[in-house]
Design a protein around this ligand. Sequence first.
Ligand code: TXA
Ligand code: MG
Length: 352
Amino acid sequence: MGVMETKIVKITDCLSDAEKIRAAAEIIKEGGLVAFPTETVYGLGADARNADAVRKIYQAKGRPADNPLITHIADFADIEQITSGVPEKAARLNEAFWPGPLTMILKKSALVPYATTAGLETVSIRMPNHPAALALIRESGGYIAAPSANASGRPSPTLAKHVAEDFDGRIPLILDGGPVGIGIESTILDLTEEVPTILRPGAVTRDMLESVIGEVRMDPGILSPDSTRKPKAPGMKYRHYAPRADLTVVDGAAADVAARINELAAQNISQRKKVGIICTDETYARYSQGQVVSIGARSDEETIARHLYKILRDFDETDVDVIYSESFAAPGIGEAIMNRLLKAAGHQVIHV
Ligand code: TXA
Ligand code: MG
């Protein structure tokens, strides 16, 4: 329910947008919230050094208090003020991947309030690869704490429209930079461990990281649903997003997957249930019943990543009872895609 007017301001490129960015930065500097585009997903930003401002993020999202925020910077030199010591590996990763979809966890300095880190002694830091985001960060003093700009429990926003769906009337400003480029949140790498550890997979893959800093491991807590190990990124333990419909992933050879999904769809339809199907351009023609949506070409995992959250949001607008999705296991960003899809499915998988 809206108590304030939410302005949605279109931005295009840095030069003509300078005035809009300045106005947005004013809001941040005064302790308010601004939603802004990044290359991964839209973020909901506040001054990371201002505990009261940061608390507004938790309030607006309905975010659990134990779930820390990422601090966004625009210049690598600024990392020194918010950390207590920058390891050499962080400098090498900066050279290789920043600005970009990588978040590094380091020991925090006193400048970062516990409101931002949810009480942890570490701070997660990212330099987004988006001109408007970088300009906004610089203009507002260098440090913007920002989670994905969705209400807690909903898919991350890949369009300004998604942000408005969740926050219209609750935040003063949304900067609309159009559709995001990547569509899935950044890779999170914990550099406080002896062996750097991936806490959340993203577009910067383990192989890419290892080629720059040597051995990297995966947090065992994110690998399997029945792991007894708790994920180290507090946010990864929450079932991020449960679609209204019951979502199941069907995994196996393409022809077998289509056959099984068609069989399951027919069964459900005969019971008067509405069925949604998430498939690919290559397999689209194999499905003849239910609401069939192609997520993109199977060979183009970047497109699949970009469409995933939008498709999940769109299905929430329809009245389907069950959704079957093909699986998209693939190298590269495929691991991140499957991580998010399996979380949305509550790890319900049928292997054929
Ligand atoms: O791509 C992204 O990273 C986007 C854009 C807006 O930059 N942001 C994003 O933030 O995905 P959020 O809050 O939705 O996810 C941050 C994740 C959460 O799972 C949180 O628990 C974890 O990072 N995290 C943050 N700081 C941490 C820390 N110090 N130690 C462990 N996990 C941390
Ligand atoms: Mg999030």
